[in-house]
Design a protein around this ligand. Structure first.
Ligand SMILES: Nc1ncnc2c1ncn2[C@@H]1O[C@H](COP(=O)(O)OP(=O)(O)OP(=O)(O)O)[C@@H](O)[C@H]1O
Length: 648
């Protein structure tokens, strides 16, 4: 079953673990004076503070989810990886870990002035210089190299998780990687949760639900960031996972040799894509890659464009390691001499204007949300490149057609509107859209389309739920079309292929939905009388793929639906099994100082996020089912994509 196992990149700079321990305190106020909130994420809120009796500022990340017992602190991914990673100049430094009397964990760390997203946002129409981009990227790769060679990978590399502080009297920044909430060990046993990382930076293997991924997901995300740092625009601002894959194809070309041979550069061929898309029931569009070198003007069309091409490879095995990235020409070529853009106020004065008082930007997160939503009505012209001209002057005004490409016929040129300056593809539009090819995946597709405004309560549709034949027929094309057409979130990817007749399956009726009951846990929402979570995973012992659905109506009746239909080789086999371990007694350790047992709802959700499910379903290769429980809403670029940080 294992396709490949990733090896930790060479351990040249392995420095061993640190010796930090989690300390107890009544409240953090005992030791720190809290000044103001500087950040808020899915898992924690971050405050600027000073240590009492000292003027030294620190950042304190207080985890939103309370722990049940002190020993659980070490099971948090964030703490686990931070404790195992030695200090590095490009990794945010952790000073102390505290657990207060209400079992809230506080991570005391060095303070940096803002995150890269805020910095990029503050630079609208003032792009960074080539050398600044180079310096930021080299620090990111040094940090990543440290993480990877120490046996971890980050899994949520995005501008919000890169902290920066300007270096006085220069146009450069101190850059540090933060937020290890999703970090995993490279040598841990796959399969991993596929639904990690933030969509715009999510590597193709994650988007196509390959659970045997590893550190190359971080390299790919770094490639997306490199583009964004230089151009101040995200390269693949997908609205949903389907749109995300499409946007990647638009620029990198489809991952087959035929498409890749038609262009220059591109994301390369990737055999695995065919298998993964088949399993998902989607087909990728046939698109010729853009030649990034032709997209940019000097100096960006040189080593920078070539670095992007190497980082943004479809095949994770083709992406260079972080160490190799640092050896690329981009980081080692002579200082580029070029004129600063005219509109650009970049320069020493401009850069050093960034100061503590500028952050946090009050509306930073609300202002910049899905910048291309308005373009979605146009199905074939994303106007992507037009948008890229905003501020960044390093794009060529006219993108030239690759000499290898055939001139399209007049008819094609008239009927198909291609994105601005896009080299017309001879393939275009044989299969212009990613189209779900089975009814099963119509559900997947609808589900994915709905993620932009995903409300777990009303739309908790298991992704790979089998449907009965009668249900299939009720989902006629017309109906599906109508649903998509009527959607409040119209998407250009609204076509789909006809329903393929399938064998009849055991009938399944969804339980009635009642008003949702939300547990005291912001990151995971459970609903009474509603299937609230799912996980697709592979069995360790068989070659089958399963779905696990959790019915929270009755906590003792968590059900397992077992099936092999994703491979299409037999009828679904449906079984239901109660959880054995749900009602185990509360340990003394779980009680707070007053001897009171913790909130029962919290306890239930925490139990789900622990490895109890693994004990109940030992044949499954899932380490923590809660990692895939309830897919969170993704209407903000800052949302994370898992609901639990706990490691088993
Ligand atoms: N050491 C720090 N110094 C200054 N600001 C910080 C620091 N750590 C975090 N922040 C700010 O707080 C924000 C949220 O922090 P962090 O990403 O660690 O939280 P999270 O809950 O894990 O977020 P996510 O939703 O990405 O998982 C960051 O984007 C950053 O702006």
């Amino acid at each position: 079953m294992k396709k490949y196992l990733w090896r930790t990149p060479s351990m040249a700079n392995h420095h061993g673990r640190t010796s930090k321990e989690v300390m107890k305190c009544n409240t953090v106020d005992d030791f720190f004076s809290i000044m103001r909130k500087v950040g808020d994420g899915t898992f924690g809120s971050v405050h600027l503070a000073t240590r009492k009796g000292s003027t030294k500022v620190v950042a304190i990340k207080s985890m939103k989810r309370k722990l049940l017992k002190i020993s659980d602190a070490a099971r948090l991914r964030e703490v686990h990886s931070l404790l195992h990673l030695s200090e590095h100049e490009n990794i945010v430094n952790i000073f102390d870990l505290y657990i207060d009397r209400s079992f809230c964990l506080h991570i005391v760390m060095e303070y940096l002035e803002c995150n890269l997203f805020q910095l990029i946002n503050s630079r609208r129409d003032k792009p960074f210089s080539y050398n600044t981009v180079r310096d930021i990227m080299s620090q990111i790769f040094r940090g990543l190299g440290h993480i990877h060679t120490n046996g971890f990978f980050h899994r949520d590399m995005k501008p919000e998780n890169i902290l920066v502080s300007p270096i006085e009297n220069s146009s450069f920044y101190k850059v540090k990687i933060a937020d290890f909430g999703l970090a995993r060990e490279i040598n841990s046993n796959p399969p991993y949760t596929e639904y990690v990382s933030t969509r715009w930076y999510r590597a193709p293997e994650l988007l196509l639900r390959d659970s045997y991924y590893s550190y190359p997901v971080d390299i790919y995300a770094a490639g997306c960031m490199a583009f964004e740092i230089a151009t101040l625009q995200p390269i693949f601002p997908g609205m949903d996972d389907i749109d995300q894959v499409y946007k990647i194809c638009e620029i990198l070309g489809s991952p087959d040799e035929e498409s890749q041979n038609m262009g220059f550069g591109g994301g390369g061929a990737w055999k695995q894509a065919e298998k993964l898309t088949r399993e998902l029931g989607i087909s990728l569009p046939k698109l010729v890659p853009l030649n990034l070198k032709e997209l940019f003007s000097p100096p960006w069309n040189g080593p920078f464009a070539s670095m992007l091409t190497q980082l943004l490879q479809w095949n994770p095995e083709s992406r260079p390691t972080a160490q190799k990235c640092l050896e690329l020409e981009f980081f080692n070529s002579e200082e580029e001499k070029f004129e600063e853009p005219k509109t650009n106020q970049v320069g020493k004065a401009g850069d050093t204007q960034v100061s503590v008082s500028m952050y946090p930007f009050p509306n930073a997160f609300t202002k910049v949300t899905l910048p291309y939503v308005a373009d979605k009505a146009d199905t074939t012209s994303s106007k992507l490149l037009q948008k890229f001209h905003k501020g960044f002057t390093g794009f060529k005004r006219t993108f030239q057609k690759s000499s290898k490409q055939k001139k399209p016929s007049k008819k094609t040129a008239q009927t198909i509107s291609t994105p601005m300056d896009r080299p017309p593809s001879p393939f275009f539009p044989i299969l212009p859209q990613i189209r779900p090819s089975t009814p099963l995946n119509l559900k997947l597709r609808n589900y994915l389309l709905s993620t932009a405004e995903y409300n777990v309560a009303s739309k908790s549709m298991p992704m790979f739920m089998e449907t009965s034949q009668s249900e299939v027929s009720s989902q006629s094309n017309d109906k599906e079309n109508k649903q998509i057409g009527n959607s409040t979130n119209p998407s250009p990817r609204s076509n789909f292929e006809p329903v393929i007749p399938r064998k009849s399956l055991p009938s399944y009726s969804e339980p009635e939905t009642t008003s949702p009951t939300t547990l005291n846990d912001k990151s995971t929402t459970f609903h009474s009388n509603k299937f609230s979570g799912y996980s697709t995973c592979s069995s360790r012992s068989t070659e089958q793929t399963y779905s696990i659905l959790l019915d929270s109506a009755d906590w003792e009746q968590t059900a397992l639906w077992k099936k092999s239909s994703l491979k299409g080789d037999s009828d679904a086999q449906v079984t239901k099994r109660p959880l054995k371990n749900l009602n185990s007694d509360i340990d003394d350790d779980d009680r707070d100082d007053s001897g009171k047992a913790p909130n029962m709802d919290l306890r239930k959700s925490s139990i789900l996020s622990s490895n109890i499910l693994e004990q109940d379903f030992p044949d499954f290769g899932v380490t923590s089912l809660a990692d895939t429980l309830g897919v969170p809403g993704l209407n903000s670029r800052t949302d994370s994509h898992v609901t639990s940080q706990t490691i088993s």
